[in-house]
Design a protein around this ligand. Structure first.
Ligand code: CU
Length: 474
């Protein structure tokens, strides 16, 4: 009888060990089969934690079974199991699922549309197609890439033929005088391509950006109040997700979002009339909207007032954004999007033009230049406290309002999430001017850039000893 029990328990305990080994082989093989070494790398932390948990449970059961047999004391073994389960319950109730095991599918939310966790099938699909994703050398949009002011009208004349063609192609809802641009206005054709690409956000740190036209932010468009704006959006065939575009400059449900949802490979067009002047954000509004924006899907359109804006010497385009990665700040390698960090409102990186140092050493001006900056915020959590160190904004168009009251002599101005500002200042003294989100901790996450100003120094404006002092300043 004792011999018989021994054999049973001996067999059972070794069966446990074999089950564990088989489990490890099946899970590892499954991961390799579905997404190759890249998926394995990606899930490394979760797999190691799951392995640890599996080892602990197997060892516990193994030990308990042997205890039952050796001491002939079933209660001992059962109390061991109770003890282990009790500890697990205690930990799981207070901590919940282990952090690494939560990613990416278990984040619940209550917004419109789907939640922020990326579906596992998309994660697997990403690794299956990883070789097809374009590698972008520099994801940061050049802040100097600003289209010229609309002084000469667009050569595309508005004719009755063009309007009826647009109507026939379904790109213009109504053909009558109301749909025509206002006097002096034009039809503006804007082209957007949504892409999902790989690019380094810092040396050695790669992120899967989703973009408009392969940069973050997307292009700055320039139209005039009263223009008809015709937007054509194409979703690159290599995309894994649907995308669309919501123009804050458009008046109508969804700002275009409802009529521009494009599947991979698809193209759609929509038309709106630029009724209000101002600097407006556009962004992808495909559910989960915040997830799409946190991958880089935002840009701006300037609707100039009918008389244009005053002439300046230099114009720059900067957009703040937020990136949430599963790895801590500075962690190398391919970084996955972290839905939980986004829900907690804690970006790993806060960027100007898509990555830390996205607008460092890219903006140049001469002493005496009047500078205008178009500053937007594609962030999904934080408002920005925009400031240029060593400068005072002569004029701020608050919240990018054009035609309302302008602010004069401002140090720091607010840029709401999904909003913008326009600031103007004349640079009076040469040197490097640092722009920041003056919630200054964010500069450590990447929210800063520079403007280099060259020219003669006027000691009546600024004078001091520029020789460096020793020491780090801490
Ligand atoms: Cu999108």
């Amino acid at each position: 009888m004792i011999e018989h029990d021994f054999h049973n328990i001996e067999k059972l305990s070794w069966a446990l060990v074999i089950m564990f080994i088989v489990g490890v082989v099946i899970i590892s093989g499954g991961v390799l089969f579905l997404g190759g070494v890249e998926l394995f790398q990606f899930l490394k932390v979760s797999l190691i934690q799951a392995l640890g948990l599996g080892m602990a449970i197997t060892a516990m059961l193994f030990f308990a079974l042997r205890l039952v047999w050796r001491l002939k004391a079933a209660p001992m073994g059962i109390s061991m199991i109770f003890f282990a389960i009790g500890i697990s319950l205690f930990v799981s109730v207070s901590v919940g699922r282990l952090y690494a095991l939560q990613y990416p599918v278990y984040v619940e939310s209550f917004g419109p549309g789907s939640g922020p966790g990326l579906p596992m099938k998309n994660v697997i699909s990403f690794f299956q197609h990883i070789d097809q994703f374009a590698h972008i050398e520099d994801i940061a949009r050049d802040p100097s890439d600003v289209p010229p002011p609309i002084t000469v009208l667009d050569p595309t004349p508005v004719t009755a033929t063009l309007l009826s063609e647009m109507s026939a192609s379904g790109t213009l809802a109504v053909v009558d005088e109301d749909a025509a641009p206002e006097e002096g206005g034009q039809i503006r054709e804007l082209h957007l391509e949504t892409t999902e690409v790989l690019s380094e956000l810092a040396p050695g740190i790669t992120f899967n950006y989703w973009t408009f036209n392969n940069t973050v932010p997307g292009p700055l468009f320039r139209v005039r109040e009263g223009d008809i704006v015709r937007v054509t959006i194409t979703n690159n065939a290599s995309s894994l997700h649907h995308h669309n575009v919501d123009f804050h400059a458009a008046t109508g449900p969804g700002g275009g979002g409802a009529v521009t949802m494009v599947a991979p490979g698809e193209t759609k067009t929509f038309t709106f009339k630029a009724l209000n002047p101002g600097l407006f954000v556009y962004h992808c509004a495909t559910p989960n909207m915040a997830v799409h924006m946190a991958h880089g899907m935002y840009g701006m359109i300037l609707v100039e007032p009918k008389d244009g804006l005053p002439a300046v010497d230099k114009e720059f385009y900067v957009m703040q954004g937020e990136i949430f990665t599963t790895g801590a700040i500075g962690r190398r390698g391919l970084q996955a999007f972290d839905a939980k960090k986004m829900m907690l409102g804690n970006p790993t990186y806060i960027t100007f033009n898509g990555r830390p140092d996205g607008v460092v050493n890219k903006m140049k001006a001469e002493v005496g230049d009047k500078i205008r900056m178009y500053v937007g915020n594609g962030g999904v959590v934080h408002n920005s406290s925009f400031h240029v160190v060593g400068e005072i904004f002569d004029t701020v168009y608050p919240e990018a309002s054009i035609g309302g009251a302008e602010f004069k002599n401002v140090q720091t101005t607010n840029v709401p999430a999904g909003g913008a500002t326009i600031v103007e200042f004349t640079v009076d003294y040469p040197g490097t001017y640092v722009l920041v989100d003056h919630a200054l901790m964010r500069t450590d996450k990447g929210a800063w850039g520079t403007i280099e100003v060259t020219g003669p120094a006027d000691p009546t404006i600024y004078e001091g000893d520029f020789t460096k002092t020793s020491g780090s300043g801490h």
